[in-house]
Design a protein around this ligand. Structure first.
Ligand code: NOJ
Length: 561
């Protein structure tokens, strides 16, 4: 999609087989990509779990919202030990979500509506129920199938100690001991996440071949790209050396670890890029790569690797003008030398929603306190306008356009996030951002499923009736209408969208002000009203009752000069 054309209508995408007529190359450079979490988006068959037909039925909503592409979290055959990020068969749809025919219909219909489809690829690990892993277990030590994972004998006199000191991201050791086919204690296998998610050995040619084939399978189905899960994790340091430190989770993001961000991963992505480029229609790859710095993230989007990488440094930045300006500058500067677009993201299925993060004092991305909801919503609306004004591509997580808060008071009994259970309840509150979307009505599941009073896999709060799509539609003060307006303006304004720079303007403390051509964005991160010279015609404001010349506390506005 381009927002540089005066005509903002969307071309039909010819099943992504050809570049749509008249469309410039590089659709992804300024795309707004909407993340659908299939379990929680829309439930067509009423079993309490979202599904592909449900998503399909809501595609017109996404088109009208004004996004360019939809990223679907995994819907593949999976025992759901980690909500689908434990894949048992990469070429099958889990019956809980539908069938391959449903996936095909969803892709086709999205293209007819001018929406692109990006699917999730999970190459770091499979499910322990994957056929290869099951065979590796059955066949015992020495089986060639064991080379496709990281099996090792244990340390200690009887092999009773794990092969090294690595800890799982979800808590506890990163190794689990197996039993030999005769029932005696056997080798250990590596799992950086849950024990049900054994890590692949990417030194195995069979693994590399298999994933190239999986890429082609979905590209042949017509998908427009892949979001690559744990893209920084595939290659481990030779010899799997000890880290020599405990509480490793807290080192993540600051240090290069022997299991993350190893230089060898880049060769894999270069091979994948060649495959993507064989297909017409600019198919893309997006890295989920948690690296110590934005400069390391840029390595994943060199011209012959992936197209985009999530900007987690931005997501992790609090509502503070100095910090925001610094991360915006460093993100743009890091991407410039490699020519990749910067991306911006505030929420996803792994972190506390930004409406709740900003309702609390700075405290990371796994919160269990609701905080000051009104303040959080005010800041969230302003933060979204800031994000959508920046050059590059933006990611919107389902429900943020409704201003949804995290559900912080889910009972422990209903939680399903494996990181909650493995981390002794200290960390891992990801269920709070995964509660099903309210679409309409006054009674749960608020149109998520077909029947009033029907099930939803996580309970929705009573007050979500007032936050539903139906309740917000047509209300000019609603967050949904704010997103709709901002996305329409973004698509139509010649100075918004792609690019690699903002020009900062002088502004009082706590205020961000920048120019992009004839466009101005002002953001007040303080709790006080700020007076300023109106820079032109107001396009949109996050403040419900914007007054000319005054920037309300925790608000943002866009102006055309
Ligand atoms: C990142 C995914 O976003 C998260 O949900 C998952 O638990 C881990 N990768 C493991 O696949």
């Amino acid at each position: 999609m381009t927002q540089h054309a005066a005509d903002t209508s969307r071309p039909v995408l010819a099943a992504a087989d050809t570049q749509a007529a008249g469309e410039p190359r590089g659709w992804w450079r300024d795309a707004v990509i909407y993340q659908v979490y299939p379990r929680s988006f829309a439930d067509a068959n009423g079993d309490g779990m979202g599904d592909l037909p449900g998503i399909r039925s809501r595609l017109p909503y996404l088109r009208d919202l004004g996004v360019d592409a939809v990223w679907l979290s995994p819907f593949y055959a999976s025992p759901q030990a980690d909500a689908g990020y434990d894949v048992a068969d990469y070429r099958a749809v889990d019956p809980m979500f539908g069938t391959l025919l449903d996936a095909d219909a969803l892709i086709r219909e999205a293209h007819e509506l001018g929406l692109r489809i990006i699917v999730d690829l999970v190459p770091n690990h499979s499910s322990d129920q994957h056929e290869w892993f099951q065979r590796a277990l059955r066949e015992g030590p020495g089986s060639p199938l064991r080379d496709r994972y990281h099996f090792r004998p244990g340390l200690g006199a009887d092999g009773e100690l794990p092969p090294n000191d690595w800890e799982s991201i979800f808590g506890g050791p990163a190794w689990t001991r197996t039993a030999n086919p005769d029932g005696t204690p056997g080798e250990w296998y590596l799992h950086l996440f849950a024990p049900e998610q054994p890590d692949f050995n990417w030194d195995s040619r069979a693994v590399a071949d298999e994933f190239r084939s999986i890429l082609r399978f979905w590209l042949d189905m017509g998908v427009d790209g892949f979001r690559v899960d744990v893209a920084h994790g595939l290659v481990k340091a030779p010899g799997l050396p000890d880290l020599g430190a405990h509480n490793q989770l807290h080192l993540l993001g600051n240090d290069v670890m022997p299991f993350f961000d190893q230089d060898g991963v880049h060769e894999i992505y270069r091979a994948w890029r060649q495959i993507l480029d064989e297909y017409p229609g600019e198919r893309i790859a997006v890295a989920e790569a948690w690296t110590p710095t934005v400069e390391r993230t840029a390595n994943y989007v060199r011209p012959d690797e992936m197209h985009q990488a999530f900007n987690f440094q931005y997501l992790s930045t609090y509502w503070d003008a100095v910090e925001l300006r610094a991360v915006i500058d460093s993100s743009l500067a890091a991407m410039r030398p490699v020519g990749a677009p910067t991306t911006w993201v505030l929420s996803n299925h792994d972190v506390t929603r930004h409406a709740t993060r900003f309702a609390n004092p700075p405290g990371g991305t796994q919160l269990r306190t609701a905080g000051d909801r009104e303040l959080g919503l005010r800041r969230a609306r302003a933060a979204s306008l800031l994000m959508l004004a920046l050059p590059g591509s933006a990611y919107v997580y389902q429900g943020e356009e409704l201003g949804l808060p995290d559900v912080t008071d889910l009972a422990d009994e209903v939680r399903q996030d494996p990181s909650f259970f493995r981390a002794s309840g200290q960390d891992g509150y990801r269920d709070g951002c995964r509660v099903p979307i309210p679409w309409s009505g006054t009674e749960a599941p608020y149109g998520f499923g077909p029947a009033q009073g029907g099930p939803s896999w996580l309970p929705q709060p009573a007050e979500w009736a007032g936050l539903s799509v139906a309740a917000q539609t047509g209300d000019p003060t609603s967050t949904l209408e704010l997103y709709r307006s901002a996305l329409t303006i973004r698509r139509g304004h010649p100075d918004l969208g792609a690019g690699s720079a903002v020009e900062w303007l002088d502004a009082p403390e706590g205020v961000l002000a920048f120019r992009r051509g004839a466009f101005r964005c002002l953001v007040n991160t303080t709790g006080e009203t700020v007076e300023f010279d109106t820079p032109g015609r107001l396009l949109v404001s996050s403040a419900v009752d914007a007054v000319p010349g005054r920037l309300a506390p925790d608000s943002a506005g866009w102006w055309a000069v």
